[in-house]
Write a protein that binds this ligand. Sequence first.
Ligand code: BES
Ligand code: ZN
Length: 457
Amino acid sequence: MCGIDQYLEEQSKRFETEFCELLRIPSVSADPACREDIRRAADWVADQFRRMDFATEIIPTAGHPLVYAESTPVEGAPTVLVYGHYDVQPPDPLDEWISPPFEPTRRDGSIFARGATDDKGQMLTHLKSAEAHLAVNGRLPLNLKYLIEGEEEVGSRNLERFIAENTGRLACDCVVISDGSQFAPGRPAIDYGIRGIAYYELRLVGPKRDLHSGSFGGPVTNPANALARMLAALVDRQGKIQVPGFYDDVIPLSDSERQRIAALPFDEAKFMEQIGVTGLSGESGYSALEQRWARPTCDISGLASGYQGEGAKTVLPATATGKFSFRLVPNQDPKEITQALRSMLVELCPPGITMELIDLHGSPGVLIPPDSPYMRAAARAIEHAFGCPPVFTREGGSIPVVVTFHETLRVDTLLLGWGQDDDNTHSPNEKFSLADFHRGIKASARLWTELSDMKSK
Ligand code: BES
Ligand code: ZN
């Protein structure tokens, strides 16, 4: 066993303890009550870098701070920029957690806590791998820069600007991100594509107060009815999105990619069992994997209107609000989609209702060339740690910063998800397998060695 792998084994318990320390900090970026905790999480991450003698800064933004750190320069060696996030999703619904979200608990070989897989555990793998090189060899084989943000779960609002204003400082040969999933247990993956997103809130306002639905129902437009009709008009029964021009820029899946996706061992029955559904729907003509990875979709994420209490109340509510988003595929432009959506909704909006469409955030999808030397280096590192080569997949979720790296720094990103599909990302009982945590660290440590042999740009 090489010195680094041995060090990782010897230190594995301490790594787990430190991981749990970070998980205890409720760094929920969406919740203003968590401001202090966000700050504590940033401090915790910065402290990890300081202990490795990295040049470390906590950089304030208009929102939550960024942690930026650089290793001691290694002349002539390539430079890798690692991105991750220390913020987490809100833990709701709280009563569905088996153990409390911010009291990390070990069960069945996994650590359960909000942020375990998304992204504290995955992000930490790339810090511990650097620590191992420093401890064993006294130096790193390449230059590492780390950008760890606190606003990923709320759309990375301030990151684009920071990157645009710091292109020189962030210059690198490639970016590495672990903030996603393997294809299946024991089937590590490299993602060569992720979807984009366009997220909206639609607010409808009708009468100036809630009304008796018997006395007023009929001539008075009910905002909840209007919302249901407007949102339902967005997608037809075949799963085709009805916003005019929506598919104009979609690059069709090639036959060869469809064949490759179809050849992956995906068990639809198991998938349904895992999420507890008895059937699947969606866009006709496309498999479940194709829909999740490579086709645009529309999902309502929240509806609010009228009476939500026990029993019945005959009310015609004064307002109705819906939150929904489109997942976009590479080449679709969220700004163009917003324009077309707005015109469509204005037309659909019935008399007696005023509407407001709020564009909450948007970012395009990305495709990454799958045959670059960086990808090959990552494949070798993964094979070393996981004992089998990775499969090449796409990711249905979105990591907006990948587009920014691509467009602003002009570099490719290695998307190396160490999680699993059933890690309950954004759900109650989020977890991260400790085996994956340790394999992730091992793969990352090997990746630094593999990439160090490559020519710097
Ligand atoms: N880690 C996820 C992205 C992800 C999700 C990767 C699922 C792999 C599988 C990330 O933290 C996330 O949730 N991103 C948001 C982005 C949005 C807020 C702009 C997403 O995809 O909803
Ligand atoms: Zn994440």
